[in-house]
Design a protein around this ligand. Structure first.
Ligand code: G4P
Length: 529
């Protein structure tokens, strides 16, 4: 691919994540987007509505049928000349670490808010990560087919709680049972909720009066008049739409709608694609910028997932391509080890998508079949110049358990499972220095439960977990370590890279330690070396 073709292909990419508090409607929204992308034909495919069951087999079947990747991690489809990559972010807060890393691999985010609830805690947390990265954030106020909070309140709350300028692209006319449509400020039209059979769904507005160009019964509705007044107020007293501020994440365009009834979703998607950024440059650790249109391939691994297909023992490393073009079979260098690798094994889940897996460009996510080479945060590159992208955020675990195999005869599958699952990065593995016991650390309890379940399910290994409660993990420089420092109030362990750390009972134990050894430097950061 020549430089011009590469630039054209890169500019078509839109890579984003949907962030939301559980139940705000992320799955429903994703499903509607897939419908527009022609990936699925009817709603309810992704999630069985009545049963509330996530139908995983549907995903697999869709993958086969359509030859696209619809695993829970990456969804890819073409829409209006754009190649869209949606990255899934688990909603449960115990998985937030995984989500945070995923947010490092996207160029923008879509924030779905339940309009009856407003900003919920998980939305706020995820929003802050996006804000830190300075990526554009687009807001969808969902569930307008139900009674929601007052739209003006929602906008005010968004601005106050999240400290971001909001610009309503459209405004609801009524809500719940009285929802009539959307007053679309951006497109200067009214979008009707339930247009009559012979009626256009979009009614153009007159730029000077702000009212409809052609008379329509909706004008007699007091809710329409109220929406008009609100919009007038917003236009006079609110923020101006500023694409520059949107690009830097300082202003969020707000759209109202209902994912479930597919209202306002197309308007959202079309407008989003107009303003969402193409792949952006990535910074290296030594402060260099890698441009997506640089011809040499480079990327970083932000997620490792084992056993995506339980019939095959496989592990997929997800790579965000930061520059150049990925060609199946290409040789790259793994920065951490300086080893050369041939990327010949495309992913299990993209096995049918010849075009996408054989070739991908900056902005795309590829899944690499991993036989144990990769770790989260790894950089791979094809050029001669060594590259290491900035570190991904890692959170110091707070909860710990001691883990043993129930059946001592089954050590092999136990070790294999431990080794593979910890590589995914959601949980951390430590060995106690004195007894060489396995200790797992996580941010949330649910991670342990999933781990235990997967050990049984995927590795046929029953594990016994002995809760150790919450601890404070603090790393110590190896040269400062003296094994006598270990006491009943702390536990000396080593992380997977062999770096020593103490697990303190509580802050008193840590303070006591610091008083006793004032010269010892303790750090909360995870070592990734
Ligand atoms: P999540 O992925 O963010 O957790 O949310 P999800 O899409 O699963 O939606 C959570 C619930 O909210 C679902 O209902 C879903 O049908 C409903 N929902 C999503 N968008 C809308 C909307 O625009 N309007 C209305 N009225 N409801 C919406 P549920 O009862 O939990 O599941 P189900 O039995 O309906 O599938």
């Amino acid at each position: 691919m020549g430089a011009q073709n590469l630039a054209t292909a890169v500019n078509k990419r839109r890579t984003f994540a949907i962030i939301s508090h559980p139940d705000a409607g992320k799955t429903t929204m994703t499903e509607q987007l897939l419908l527009f992308g022609g990936v699925i034909r009817s709603a309810g495919t992704v999630k069985g509505k009545k049963s509330g069951q996530f139908a995983k087999s549907d995903w697999m079947a869709i993958e086969k049928q359509r030859g696209i990747s619809v695993t829970s991690s990456v969804l890819q489809f073409d829409y209006q000349g754009k190649r869209i990559n949606i990255l899934d972010t688990p909603g449960h807060e115990d998985f937030s670490e995984d989500t945070y890393r995923t947010l490092m691999a996207v160029d923008s985010a879509v924030m779905v808010i339940d309009a009856a609830k407003g900003i919920e805690p998980q939305t706020k947390k995820l929003f802050q990560v996006c804000r830190m990265r300075g990526i554009p954030i687009f807001t969808f106020m969902n569930k307008m087919d139900r009674d929601s909070r007052e739209p003006l309140d929602l906008i005010a709350e968004l601005e106050e709680t999240l400290k971001i300028e909001a610009y309503p692209m459209n405004w609801p006319i009524g809500m719940g049972k009285t929802l009539q449509g959307l007053y679309d400020i951006h497109h200067q039209r009214v979008e009707l909720y339930h247009p009559k059979a012979d009626e256009a769904a979009y009614l153009p507005l007159d730029a000077t009066t702000g009212d409809l160009q052609q008379p329509h019964p909706i004008q007699q509705d007091s809710l329409y008049q109220q929406a008009l007044e609100n919009v007038q107020l917003l236009l006079e007293a609110g923020n101006d739409f500023d694409p520059q501020k949107v690009a830097t994440g300082d202003q969020t365009p707000v759209f109202f709608g209902s994912a479930l009834t597919n209202f306002g979703v197309k308007t959202f998607l079309d407008t989003y694609l107009q303003y969402a950024p193409a792949p952006s440059p990535h910074k290296t650790q030594d402060d260099q910028q890698v441009e997506p249109t640089d011809e040499e391939f480079s990327g970083f691994i932000f997620k490792i997932q084992a056993n995506m297909n339980p019939n095959h023992r496989d592990r997929i490393a997800f790579v965000r391509i930061c520059s150049g073009e990925f060609d199946r079979g290409m040789d790259v260098t793994l920065q951490r080890t300086q080893r050369k690798l041939r990327l010949s094994n495309s992913t299990e889940f993209m096995a049918d998508t010849r075009e996408t897996v054989e070739k991908a460009v900056a902005g795309d996510i590829v899944g690499l079949y991993d036989t144990g080479n990769f770790q989260i945060g790894d950089t791979i590159y094809a050029g001669k110049k060594a590259l290491q992208f900035e570190k991904l955020p890692q959170f110091t675990p707070e909860l710990f358990v001691k883990v043993t195999a129930k059946n001592v005869m089954k050590q092999k599958s136990f070790h294999k499972g431990m080794d593979q699952l910890v590589q995914e990065g959601a949980i951390q593995l430590y060995r106690t220095v004195l007894t060489n016991d396995y200790v797992l650390g996580a941010v949330g309890q649910l991670q342990f439960e999933v781990f235990q379940f997967r050990m049984k399910n995927e590795y046929n290994s029953d594990v016994v977990m002995e809760p150790m409660g919450s601890k404070i993990a603090r790393w110590i420089k190896p040269e400062q370590l003296d094994e006598k420092m270990s006491s009943s109030r702390n536990l000396l362990v080593r992380d997977r890279s062999g770096a020593p750390l103490f697990l303190f009972e509580n802050t008193f134990a840590e303070r006591w330690f610091q008083q006793k050894y004032p010269d010892v430097e303790l750090t909360a950061k995870l070592s990734t070396e």
